[in-house]
Design a protein around this ligand. Structure first.
Ligand code: GCV
Length: 674
């Protein structure tokens, strides 16, 4: 395999070189061909066994070992078409395995599940394996958003350059196919390849300069059940079409998009649709013309509808030219204020893509109130596995515990409870186009993700999006075993590192939900006041008496965007979850937390603890020296050592800052620089 370092390595489970296995398939097509290829690779790797394919059921029945792939229409009683098409059932009984699915993609998922189960249960003798599993994906859309630029750079990319673009050209090669395999194996079914900030040359992706290469790429991905989408420039009618407006209510503009859609889908029959960042951080949008985001999205949706295309419209809309002196404007409110009044106005094939929190992928934020608010709109939960604010893939930060918390969060949108997972599955309000998207963390580094342990986030995101009931720990265990093989010490130590890593990162960086104490622009490293007097609306407002932003009804009123009883819970510092207390409240440093600690002592303690824990990661990794392939071992060690040193920098900068502001000493007399 050309690109090593991920979970499809298929560590050998047994050396016995037994007879071949027969695959019977009654279905044809590219996806099935790829599924069979996966079986071949998997069985060769795991057992050194060869597979032979037959289309004669008699031969399959006579064989001692076999795998049968067959299609079946929907699961009775399930009213969701999309789910029916991607389900699979797998029954394995002493050497015979039947994978039944609702579509070719379902069969592919069943095949990956078979290979995964053989590895996870360390089945050294396939012929004696008995097992059954049925799976319906939790979410219809399970998507990766790449922020790759056509020059080959990646916005917030921490693992090398793009493997999709270089020098304004589209790259297609082995790596494209390997990537498709890798992400299909965890259930991803859609992706965008270009940055949401669509400028300059990227605007031209929807012209015949790029169609042929895009067609080739979309076919590689669709061979693994993955739809290709593109981020588009809302001002394309002006920049490409020579019109003097991009007003969504202008007939010429909507006509231009209709013609464009016809052209795109003629050239790319497997194309999925558009992702749009509009009126956000300098990107054009409907506001320029006094129109709403519903006008903008619906106009595009009408153009895409004849081809079954969808429009994914981002809710990351806020004023990025705020005056820091203005204490009334609260960036956290912006998404809800803009989009909530439009609930019910969006077309069926529009999906609103909402970042998990109201700000921007901080290590901790409350869940966006839009999830509990919108009831008549398709929604996608957007998370970021590119670790922009969580260590930039130089620090280990396994994000699945965080994503699980978000998914399980009760939005209180209904009295009987309605979690984010319920809402994004589409089941809560019977919506078809819903799901999860992650800003991708891959690049052309040999191991794809820079930090080898960051691959757990890619694997984890896919698995979680496909099955939101999986725990973060269960996912981590899978990834470790499939990536590093079955060694007890490796399983224990890597699991400990992964499961500690997000809380540890939070401890030595941002206390109590405050966020944003990072160096401006690149967002790596501590700078407590980095954004404090800037235009981005991200303030902690710490002075010598208090810290935090009052978002209660007496403050910015953000609390009130949540339904009751949540709004009450957040409103009162006595009931507000403490990990978010400074997000919602402005508190004096001597405010007592439920632990009996003051806010300032909590800040000191967590920063000392976090740095100690980062040091422990090095110790745990060192114990694996003889177990892990040398290059991987060294690559991870180098990053863990850097994290250890850098966590001390965070600790000391933050502790000194607050000591200098408050003059309050650490209760335990530890070293804080004056
Ligand atoms: C692609 C944050 C990031 C930007 C990113 C933006 C977005 O502000 O820092 O790099 O732009 O989010 O999600 O659109």
């Amino acid at each position: 395999m050309e690109y090593t370092g991920y979970w499809l390595k298929y560590h050998r489970l047994s050396e016995e070189n037994k007879s071949e296995i027969i695959i019977f398939r009654e279905v044809k097509g590219e996806i099935i061909r790829n599924a069979v290829e996966e079986l071949r690779t998997g069985f060769l790797g795991l057992y050194g066994r060869k597979l032979r394919m037959v289309t004669d059921i008699g031969k399959y029945q006579k064989a001692r070992t076999g795998i049968c792939l067959k299609l079946e229409s929907g699961i009775p009683g399930n009213s969701f078409d999309y789910l029916n098409t991607e389900h699979y059932r797998m029954d394995i009984n002493e050497g015979k395995c039947v994978i039944t699915a609702g579509s070719d993609a379902g069969i592919l998922y069943g095949v990956f599940a078979l290979l995964r189960n053989l590895q996870l249960q360390s089945i050294s003798n396939y012929d004696q394996f008995t097992y059954s599993e049925e799976h319906i994906p939790s979410n219809p859309l399970r998507m990766l958003n790449h922020w790759d630029n056509l020059d080959g750079s990646i916005e917030r990319g921490y693992s090398g350059n793009s493997f999709f673009f270089r020098n304004n050209r589209i790259l297609i090669g082995n790596r494209t196919r390997e990537y498709a395999r890798m992400i299909a194996s965890v259930g991803i079914n859609a992706l965008t390849i270009n940055n949401v900030n669509v400028k300059e040359k990227a605007t031209y992706l929807i012209t015949d300069q790029y169609y042929e290469r895009l067609r080739q790429m979309s076919e590689i991905f669709s061979g693994y059940g993955i739809k290709l989408f593109l981020s588009i420039n809302f001002a394309a009618p002006i920049e490409l079409g020579g019109l003097n407006t991009a007003d969504p209510c202008d007939n010429e503009v909507s006509g231009w998009w209709k013609e464009k859609a016809r052209e795109i889908w003629t050239a790319l029959p497997k194309f999925g649709g558009f992702l749009v960042k509009a009126d956000s951080e300098g990107r054009p949008g409907p506001f320029t013309y006094g129109r709403t985001h519903a006008h903008g999205a619906n106009m595009l949706a009408e153009a895409a509808a004849p081809y079954g295309g969808i429009v994914i419209w981002r809710c990351f809309v806020y004023n990025c030219r705020q005056d820091w002196r203005d204490q009334k404007t609260d960036r956290a409110r912006a998404g809800y204020d803009h989009f909530m009044p439009l609930d019910g106005e969006f077309s069926e094939n529009v999906v609103l893509q909402i970042k998990n929190g109201p700000m921007d992928f901080q290590v901790r934020e409350p869940v966006s109130p839009l999830f509990g608010g919108l009831k008549k709109t398709n929604v996608i939960l957007e998370v970021q596995i590119a670790q922009e604010y969580t260590g930039q893939q130089r620090h280990v930060c396994y994000l699945m515990p965080w994503f699980r918390e978000i998914l399980q969060f009760d939005t209180c949108a209904r009295r009987e409870g309605l979690t984010v997972a319920d809402i994004i599955s589409g089941k809560a309000y019977h919506n078809n186009n819903c799901g999860m998207a992650a800003v991708a963390n891959t690049g052309n580094d040999p191991n794809w993700t820079g930090h080898d342990l960051a691959a757990a986030n890619l694997y984890g995101f896919g698995r979680l999006a496909a099955d939101t009931r999986l725990t973060a720990e269960a996912i981590a265990k899978e990834w470790i075993l499939m990536t590093f093989g079955d060694n007890r010490k490796t399983r224990e130590n890597v699991l400990q590192i992964l499961m500690m890593s997000w809380p540890t990162y939070e401890k030595y960086t941002s206390p109590l939900g405050i966020g944003w104490m990072v160096k401006p622009n690149h967002h790596y490293g501590p700078d407590v006041d980095g954004y404090e007097y800037d235009r981005w609306g991200t303030y902690h407002r710490a002075d010598h008496r208090a810290i935090g932003v009052d978002r209660t009804k007496e403050g910015t009123g953000y609390c009130l965007q949540y339904p009751e009883p949540l709004s009450f819970v957040y409103q009162d510092p006595g009931t507000c979850p403490e990990e978010l207390i400074l997000f919602f409240h402005r508190l004096p440093y001597d405010h007592l937390l439920s632990t009996g600690k003051t806010v300032i002592q909590h800040i000191y303690d967590t920063h000392f603890e976090g740095a100690e824990e980062a040091e422990l990661f090095v110790t745990l990794w060192n114990e694996l020296r003889d177990q892990i392939e040398e290059t991987v071992y060294q690559r991870v060690l180098e990053r863990l050592l850097l994290q250890k040193e850098h966590s001390k920098e965070w600790r000391d900068v933050i502790n000194s800052y607050f000591y200098r502001k408050t003059g309050i000493t650490d209760q335990y007399g530890r070293k804080i620089y004056e």
